[in-house]
Design a protein around this ligand. Structure first.
Ligand code: NAD
Ligand code: UDP
Length: 319
């Protein structure tokens, strides 16, 4: 297939580009480097099946030649209000990438009669009142809250994708991605795993936002990309959760990372850093992916972290 990936220079987009090239596809990456990094694609630039277009997806998308699939990943993704890459600091860009960007990406898919896959998120469930989260759950989102620029943009993107599917017959997919980590996350992205690994490697205390009792379920990037690839090759138009169902508190995560890295500095509580509406609990119900895609994650957290920590060591210049 000849595939356009928006957000290709980001964490997930770069791993997805790599996977699709390995599977024998031809990839056109598109990005404006708002939160991504050209370095993430540096190793692909000599591949004759890879090309790159620098472009903001909020503007009309044109790609010469026939496309078979469009994968829309362009969007800020970190909720950290203290990171310049966090969506609370990029609210208009985030809404434009989710709304105008999804419209333009669907438009180019329609013009090519191509498959369209939307990178949606567990954030569409908001601070969930159902646990674990099944695809049938409608969510608990404040439309004007501090995370609304991201949550509502993604909810709109899902609705627009289903509208293109139902009204125009576009061959669409929606993946609801739960917390995923791995190499190529930005050091200064502000999400919990890069923050904690970086702090532990520098022998600093790990910053726990709130009491650390809030839970998440962390998926290693290779598992997620495998699930997304299976979804792309399927014919499922309804949303599918992809994530690791092993749930833990943020405090447990911090203790685990300090133990692996042997960080003597412990933890520090930073109440004022916690963004409002921070979900208390999050865990995917992955029955649908198991049944329909024959997919489930393989990497336990310890193994995924052991593949991630060396990347941050190199980035920080720490031996
Ligand atoms: P990322 O910030 O590393 O990647 C996003 C990429 O999109 C960046 O390269 C950025 O420059 C690009 N981008 C942003 N706005 C753009 C625009 N207007 N035009 C062109 N490019 C633009 O984040 P990520 O973690 O790789 O997330 C990728 C996608 O997956 C996002 O849509 C995000 O919402 C979704 N997602 C990620 C996770 C996760 O745990 N990593 C969880 C849920 C959903
Ligand atoms: N968090 C934390 N310390 C940090 C960064 C994040 O305690 O240095 C918490 C954050 O408040 C949230 C959880 O870790 O409860 C996961 O945050 P992340 O930014 O990774 O993404 P989210 O799952 O909230 O989208």
């Amino acid at each position: 297939m000849r595939i356009l990936i928006t957000g290709a220079a980001g964490f997930l987009g770069s791993h997805l580009s790599e996977k699709l090239l390995l599977e024998g596809h031809s990839v056109i990456g598109m990005d404006n480097f708002l939160t991504g990094d050209p370095q993430n694609l540096a190793h692909l630039t000599t591949n004759e099946n890879f090309s790159f277009i620098r472009h903001d997806v909020s503007n009309f998308i044109f790609v010469p030649g026939k496309l078979d699939a469009v994968l829309h990943f362009a969007s800020p993704a970190s909720p950290n209000k203290d990171s310049p890459y966090g969506y609370p600091n990029l609210p208009i860009q985030t809404m434009k990438a989710g709304a105008l960007g999804t419209h333009n990406a669907l438009g180019v898919a329609k013009a090519n009669n191509a498959i369209f896959l939307l990178a949606s998120t567990s954030e569409i469930y908001g601070d969930p009142k159902e646990h674990p989260q099944k695809e049938s759950y409608w969510g608990n989102v404040d439309p004007t809250g501090p995370r609304s620029m991201y949550d509502e943009a993604k909810r709109f993107a899902e609705a627009l994708t289903m509208s293109y599917h139902r009204f125009h017959g576009i061959n669409t997919r929606i993946v609801r991605i739960f917390n995923t980590y791995g190499p190529r996350m930005r050091l200064d992205d502000g999400r919990v795993i890069p923050n904690f690994i970086q702090q532990a490697l520098k022998n600093e205390p790990l910053t726990i936002y709130g009491e650390g009792t809030q839970t998440r379920s962390f998926c290693y990037v290779d598992d997620l990309i495998d699930g997304i690839y299976r979804l792309l090759l399927s014919d499922i138009h309804e949303p599918v959760n992809i994530g690791n169902p092993v749930e833990m508190s943020v405090l447990e995560l911090a203790l685990k990372i300090n133990e692996i890295i042997n960080n003597p500095a412990g933890i520090i509580v930073k109440d004022d850093k916690r963004l409002g509406d921070d979900p208390e609990r999050r865990r995917p119900d992955i029955s649908k992916a198991k049944t329909l895609l024959d997919w489930e994650p393989e990497y336990p957290l310890t193994q995924g972290l052991s593949k991630t920590i060396p990347y941050f060591r190199i980035k920080l210049g720490i031996k």
